[in-house]
Design a binder for this molecule. Structure first.
Ligand code: XIL
Length: 446
């Protein structure tokens, strides 16, 4: 466990989970689009660049993590794989076939596990109510046959790791680029996997033209156009969306100290009502879609989740169309740690508001020796079990497939310095790790 002083020290230097823009290449993303404006209070400014540079390690790589050369550098060819992206037909395989676990479970009855299962996906599909088993998928990863095989065999729910972020979809104002995202969505549908759109409104990986925009009316209009165009493009293929991501910050990335709205271009120009507005616009686009708020270090009780709880409760009370909350569940440096019982109690408060909850980006970082191997195994089991036991917890998504491709490896905030974060369920050769077994046990109710 991380000690409190260490946490504070760490948090003084490190940047938020979402501010990494680490440019690991697999998303073909532009590196830290907001970075140029770092240090100001406008959007995108929480880019890791300025604070990363002050971590004292003095390493050049602290600037963006882009030079650390993880396995992801091999996947930088994402753009090249998008050649067939124009094929948007998707052939009607119906990602919906993943089992209707959209149902929020209703009632207080516990989820009933499958008697047995040979994949995580099967365990999720055979549970009653079913539980979606997700993974962050990168365009680069889909260039690797082992990656594709494991991803499709073990999961039935996909989040594009970078390809549906603002800078990927609308790199210049009003000009949309769909190829890389369509590739992932089409691959998912071919494999009967559902897709969650990630993410419509976020301060990070936001192109410079957007993060530097001024004027309430301008920002509102740009936000409306983006949400409308993006949801319109994927309509009939996607009905789950992270509408707003990481709108709240604290002094520490662990979710401790002075919780407040993050000063993004949206908040600075529109005010806090931008969040309600984003959900309202999304609802206008798709009356049936599941609309989620998503954030990190809100996984167990702390200052940040108190603030988020009150924010979300206010939305529910005002009738804002929000369906659920995604707990990113990035455990370990620089983010929070959370035990299973705490996660369960925290989820319950949100489900008591009538909302779904999701584990939306789970990984457990071993770098820096903050989380031990044994703790990691316990966390994986207990946290997934907390979701499994809560019928209104509708999905568990892991943030990647195998250790070698984890975003943490190349992000300076994660303390890996080029080492593997050992954070996921599959090793570099795509073999199952003990973390996989613990997750499987949790999904079988063991
Ligand atoms: C990360 C990706 O994994 C990296 O490849 C990218 O460089 C930065 O973003 N919170 C989120 C995700 O909502 O979109 C982030 O993904 C991780 C933190």
């Amino acid at each position: 466990m991380r000690s409190a002083p260490f946490t504070l020290l760490l948090s003084a230097f490190l940047c938020a989970a979402g501010c990494s823009d680490s440019g690991d290449g697999d998303g073909g993303e532009t590196t830290g689009s907001g970075g140029a404006t770092g240090g100001t209070t406008s959007g995108g400014t929480t880019s890791g660049t300025p604070s990363g540079a002050t971590t004292g390690s003095g390493e050049a790589s602290a600037s963006s993590g882009a030079t650390t050369g993880s396995g992801d550098t091999t996947s930088a060819s994402n753009g090249a794989t998008s050649g067939s992206g124009g094929a948007t037909s998707g052939s009607g395989t119906g990602g919906e076939g993943t089992g209707g676990s959209d149902g929020t479970g209703g009632g207080a009855s516990a989820r009933v596990p499958a008697a047995s299962a040979s994949t995580l996906r099967e365990a999720g599909e055979k549970a009653n109510p079913p539980l979606l088993i997700g993974a962050a998928i990168s365009g680069g990863g889909l260039g690797n046959n082992d990656y594709k095989r494991v991803a499709a065999a073990e999961h039935n729910y996909v989040t594009a790791e970078n390809e549906m972020k603002w800078d990927a979809l609308e790199p210049s104002a009003g000009n949309f680029s769909w190829g890389s995202a369509d590739n992932i969505v089409n691959w998912a549908r071919q494999n009967n996997m559902k897709v969650k759109g990630h993410t419509l409104v976020w301060h990070s990986q936001l192109p410079g033209w957007m993060s530097s925009m001024t004027g309430k009316a301008n920002v509102e209009a740009a936000m409306r156009r983006h949400i409308t165009q993006v949801m319109g493009h994927f309509k009939d293929r996607l009905d789950h969306w992270d509408v707003v991501n990481e709108a709240v910050q604290t002094d520490s990335d662990t979710g401790v100290g002075n919780p407040r709205m993050r000063p993004t271009v949206f908040y600075n120009q529109i005010g806090e009502s931008y969040i309600d507005l984003a959900f309202q616009i999304a609802r206008e686009q798709d009356p049936k879609a599941k609309l989620y708020y998503n954030d990190y270090s809100i996984d167990a009780r702390n200052d940040k989740v108190e603030f988020v709880y009150n924010m979300v409760k206010g939305m529910v009370d005002r009738g804002v169309p929000i369906d659920g909350v995604g707990f990113q569940m990035h455990i370990g440096p620089p983010n929070n740690e959370a035990g299973g019982a705490d996660v369960a109690a925290n989820m319950k408060r949100f489900t008591d508001l009538g909302l779904e909850v999701l584990i939306s980006e789970m990984d457990i970082n071993r770098c820096g020796g903050v989380v031990t191997a044994e703790e990691q195994l316990t966390y994986y089991h207990d946290i997934v079990a907390a979701c499994f036991k809560e019928p209104k917890c509708t999905a568990v998504t892991f943030w990647g497939i195998n250790d070698g491709r984890s975003w943490l490896n190349s992000w300076s905030g994660a303390l890996c310095n080029g080492q593997s974060s050992q954070s996921l369920l599959f090793n570099d050769q795509y073999g199952k790790k003990e973390t996989y077994n613990r997750v499987m046990n949790a999904l079988l109710g063991k």
